[in-house]
Design a binder for this molecule. Structure first.
Ligand SMILES: [Zn+2]
Length: 297
């Protein structure tokens, strides 16, 4: 992969104030919390859980069966990091310490909206040192062999933007969504999009829904009251904020997973059919390429 790490003129960023964030675990339904703290330059995004330091980098990704991004280090796993990571990266934060009270990032909804609000309230501040960014010398495409039409194409560019094509069957449908790399675009176009079921349920036979509830214990008996978007083959049970909200959520997940590269990218990125397994692969490939270059120089 022809890419390199260069010094940019952009300053690194952290938050000014420490803050406490309370929410629930989608898995156990329990109340959980985290503390986010400012962090020094060149420390990156780092989680602390049960006394273990877990940097938010692709090397620490743990592959899990549920649709989420998990990290692992020294036997400690942390789940559901992707929406928080998307907010951190989307708002341009480079350095942050996150102390978790349990093995899961607290949620207040199935989107990144509350994380975004909390981080903005903590005031994002520039630091003394500048950022290193990843630039591409030539176009490169990453594919996932099991899925013919799934790809991520990286083209040299002096800024960062993502175009993402998300095809689903009805009622979700096919959508193309965009993120132009700015915090403004993240807040306006992406942060509020909620997660959704990946296939329809039958409102007259809730066997499937109850199966999902056995994994995500926070989900209610009535799918219409779900904090995640639910639908049948005929239509949505959860009113959407915008008709392409599920596609925007896929973009949100993609941003959260790309954050695990650990550096900002200057690239024009086109992604077809994103999904966590694929974006974990993409983040790992780019990260390992960057780390190899760094060790060479
Ligand atoms: Zn998600």
């Amino acid at each position: 992969m022809k890419l390199k790490l260069i010094e940019s003129r952009e300053k690194q960023r952290t938050v000014k104030k420490k803050f406490n964030f309370r929410g629930f675990s989608f898995f156990s339904g329990e109340n959980v919390s985290m503390i986010c703290e400012p962090s020094k330059e060149n420390t990156g995004i780092v989680f602390y859980c049960k006394g273990v330091r877990i940097p938010a980098i692709a090397e620490n990704i743990k592959l899990v069966d549920v649709h989420t991004t998990a990290l692992t280090k020294r036997g400690v796993d942390i789940l559901a990091i992707e929406h928080l990571m998307a907010a951190i990266w989307g708002l341009g934060i480079d350095n942050l310490i996150i102390r978790l009270s349990s093995n899961v990032v607290p949620a207040q909804s199935g989107s990144a909206e509350e994380f975004t609000k909390a981080l903005l309230k903590a005031e994002i501040v520039e630091q003394e040192e500048t950022r290193q960014v990843v630039v591409f010398d030539e176009s490169t495409t990453i594919t996932q062999p099991e899925f013919k039409s799934r790809f991520a194409k990286f083209e040299p560019f002096d800024k960062f933007d993502i175009k993402c094509f998300v095809p689903f069957l009805s009622p979700i449908g096919e959508h193309t969504v965009f993120f132009n790399g700015s915090a403004k675009s993240f807040v306006r176009d992406v942060c509020w999009a909620r997660t959704f079921l990946r296939s329809p349920i039958d409102i007259n036979d809730l066997t499937k829904w109850n199966g999902i509830r056995s994994v995500f214990k926070v989900l209610p008996e009535d799918p219409k009251k779900s904090p995640i978007i639910t639908f049948t083959e005929r239509g949505f049970l959860t009113p959407l904020k915008k008709e392409d909200e599920p596609a925007r959520h896929k973009l949100l997940d993609l941003i959260g997973d790309l954050a695990l590269v650990g550096y900002r990218l200057r690239v024009k990125l086109t992604v077809n059919e994103p999904g966590h397994k694929f974006t974990h692969l993409v983040a790992k490939k780019i990260r390992s390429s960057v780390v190899a270059k760094k060790n060479d120089s």
